[in-house]
Design a protein around this ligand. Structure first.
Ligand code: SF4
Length: 266
């Protein structure tokens, strides 16, 4: 879907600069002054050739039969939620027929069904079901971002793709932490998101406990903002939750109660 062509919630326009390499992404992300600018710039990013090819191939010729008549977004998934949020939820990456179809984080797939239902139960989401961009969903106090913003084949981004997309995550974290409301807490959904957040805040010069904290459901660590240390004030809480993947939720590894409890700790 070309930027500026009327897709609900499209943060970009036809004039939004396009990153065509990881170094472009680094430069453009560093220049973004607001999370809205990060959304716009990242939503047209073409820095990872393998992912660009995959997301666009799925959007054009690889649509799931049930969605064959629908237009697909086919672009990176920008963050979604409250631009003034003090709390972030970090996922892994868009699903090929979920965010890559709908253009909104965790929207239109089973993982999203779980996450938005929990966000509604815990008071963050205005609706229990997230069907499509433009459905009226509003998040309050929380924003959802991805470790990798393009749908990867087999849900497996490469280290280079994680590193390239880390530039957008870095800027999202830095801008939120520097905002008037500040960043209070981050919920990492799964081990890849956990590692992505730790890598991002290390790059930003935040204080990360040593040895590196291992991911676990319910694990919580304090990340110290630069110069202030993980003492409570000036620190950001990082919490871990199992990912809301169909595998985890269908096997009972992650229950609705566990997810609600994790969100309520944010
Ligand atoms: S994964 Fe991230 S860095 Fe790579 S093309 Fe998509 S938005 Fe750009």
């Amino acid at each position: 879907m070309p930027p500026g062509s009327g897709w609900p919630g499209d943060p970009a326009t036809a004039d939004t600069p396009v990153a065509r390499s990881a170094s472009d992404a680094a430069r453009l992300a560093a220049a973004a002054a607001t999370v809205g600018e990060v959304d716009a710039l990242s939503s047209v990013c073409r820095a990872c050739p393998r992912l660009v090819e995959w997301r666009e191939a799925v959007a054009v010729s690889g649509r799931r039969a049930a969605f064959a008549e629908q237009p697909y977004w086919g672009r990176p998934g920008p963050s979604f939620g409250d631009p003034s949020a003090q709390k972030l939820i970090v996922g892994l990456a868009p699903a090929a027929n979920g965010t890559n179809r709908t253009g909104r984080m965790f929207t239109g797939d089973r993982s999203g069904d779980w996450l938005y239902a929990a966000l509604h139960r815990t008071g963050y989401a205005s609706q229990p079901v997230s069907l499509a961009a433009g459905d009226g969903m509003v998040l309050t106090g929380v924003r959802i971002v991805a470790s990798v913003r393009c749908a990867p084949p087999a849900n497996r981004p490469t280290p280079a793709e994680l590193a390239a997309c880390g530039h957008w995550l870095d800027r999202d974290l830095a801008l939120t932490a520097a905002s008037p409301q500040g960043l209070v807490s981050v919920l990492a959904l799964g081990g890849i998101a956990w590692n992505s957040v730790l890598a991002a805040v290390r790059r930003l010069g935040w204080d990360v406990p040593k040895p590196k904290p291992a991911f676990g459901h319910g694990t919580e660590v304090l990340l110290g903002l630069p110069g202030e240390g993980p003492t409570g004030r000036g620190a950001v809480r990082l919490l871990g939750s199992y990912h809301v993947s169909p595998h985890n939720t269908s096997t009972g590894r992650l229950t609705a109660e566990m997810l609600d409890a994790a969100l309520l700790r944010l």
